[in-house]
Design a protein around this ligand. Sequence first.
Ligand SMILES: Cc1cc2nc3c(=O)[nH]c(=O)nc-3n(C[C@H](O)[C@H](O)[C@H](O)COP(=O)(O)O)c2cc1C
Length: 150
Amino acid sequence: MGRILIVFDSKGGSSAEIVQWIREGAVSKGAQVDVCKPEEVRSLDYDLITVGTPMYNDKPMESILNFLGWKGLSNKKVALFIVCFAGIFGMRNFMVRKYLEELKGACRGKVVKMTSFDSAKGPWRKVNRAVCIDFGKELASLSYMAVETT
Ligand SMILES: Cc1cc2nc3c(=O)[nH]c(=O)nc-3n(C[C@H](O)[C@H](O)[C@H](O)COP(=O)(O)O)c2cc1C
């Protein structure tokens, strides 16, 4: 059974909903999942550490950037995700790639997966939930497999 820590932050609350869906997916595949904010992290003794942040004015949250710089993350498997609405400007691929590459550059761990989610409301919420659950399932696999970094 893989043990996963999800570290995230949020200003408006939409990332918390996304994290719950991710957790749901990972747990459905048998992973043990703990969730906390950066300031609540007490141990990095996990098989996979997943770190998520919303984007505000083209930047991740400061608390998450700080956490990604922790020395303790060296040699740890890390999955990164961002929550953002870059897609609605039709620049999704370009902007999201830029955001994720910058986040990866700030991370001391071994990044094994990066992705992004929309803070979708209305009819898209259902699709978003399914996508987040799938990501959670993938994290469960990544947590116990020897994987290449991105
Ligand atoms: C003031 C403000 C600035 C934002 N800036 C960006 C941005 O630069 N790029 C982007 O893709 N999304 C941006 N967003 C969208 C947020 O990332 C998105 O709403 C996200 O779901 C917020 O997460 P949270 O509710 O967990 O804080 C912005 C939202 C707000 C309110």
